[in-house]
Write a protein that binds this ligand. Structure first.
Ligand SMILES: Nc1ncnc2c1ncn2[C@@H]1O[C@H](COP(=O)(O)OP(=O)(O)OP(=O)(O)O)[C@@H](O)[C@H]1O
Length: 228
């Protein structure tokens, strides 16, 4: 599917990939996320670090167009995500963002290969099997391409989820707690893999976590605090 407004995307190609202006969110009269003004430049992989309740998931839901912020605005790839109507937000998300969750959200009835093919079909309207093969190989799962998600180890599942996020060639990969459920060795492997795969496809990473083990892997760090 083409971007919601491809001419706008092209004209902003040199601008920040993510830009927030005065962004905050209020629930039941309480501010639960305060981001203010922030920019993520292309290729400047960023870590969004903050304790439980600091609003990381709230921010991700706003950045991906699933939630409308109470105050301020967010642009993704030069387009006003928070101001678009729902259908255009969905189109912008599909065209520009790949998502990785802690709970992997792979479709249980489909093989790894078929999960990636479906992601491409939904985002691009077509399946590019050579690209699927490349990504599955890059994350070291060639021998598991036809396995179902329940047949994978936790680390293999996380690698499959990373491949699925990148197989649509998104400009932005948003990951919510991708390492929290993993042991130290696997946590570092997953981050290595995300950097490697993002750099190979030209994507920019935005990783939200409270997992301090991976903090020093990013030079671009933003600390969210629990709003007072
Ligand atoms: N659906 C909801 N209804 C009401 N309050 C909510 C809802 N979702 C989150 N909250 C509250 O909003 C605040 C921010 O939550 P959020 O999930 O964004 O934080 P987080 O930093 O992602 O936390 P964690 O690391 O524990 O996932 C918290 O105080 C939370 O209790």
């Amino acid at each position: 599917m083409p971007p919601a407004d491809s001419s706008a995307t092209a004209s902003h190609i040199a601008g920040p990939l993510v830009e927030t202006r005065g962004l905050s969110h209020v629930r039941d009269g309480r501010t639960v996320m305060r981001m203010g003004d922030w920019q993520l430049q292309r290729r400047a992989h960023a870590l969004l670090l903050g304790p439980s309740g600091s609003g990381k998931t709230t921010f991700i839901n706003i950045a991906t167009g699933l939630l409308t912020p109470s105050h301020g605005a967010i642009d993704i790839a030069g387009q006003p995500m928070s101001a678009l109507p729902p259908a255009k937000r969905d189109a912008l998300r599909r065209a520009t963002i790949g998502l990785v969750f802690q709970t992997l959200r792979l479709i249980p009835a489909l093989s790894v290969n078929a999960n990636l093919a479906l992601a491409q079909k939904l985002a691009l309207g077509r399946v590019d099997q050579p690209e699927i093969d490349r990504l599955i190989d890059r994350v070291g799962l060639s021998h598991r391409a036809h396995a179902r998600p329940r047949q994978l180890s936790q680390g293999e599942g996380q690698r499959a989820a990373i491949a699925r996020a990148l197989v649509t060639r998104p400009q932005l990969v948003v990951a919510d707690e991708p390492t929290s459920a993993l042991d130290d060795a696997n946590a570092h492997r997953v981050i290595d893999l995300m950097f490697e795969a993002a750099d190979a496809t030209g994507a920019t990473l935005l990783v939200a976590t409270h997992d301090g083990r991976i903090a020093d892997r990013f030079t671009n760090r933003l600390n969210l605090v629990v709003p007072a």
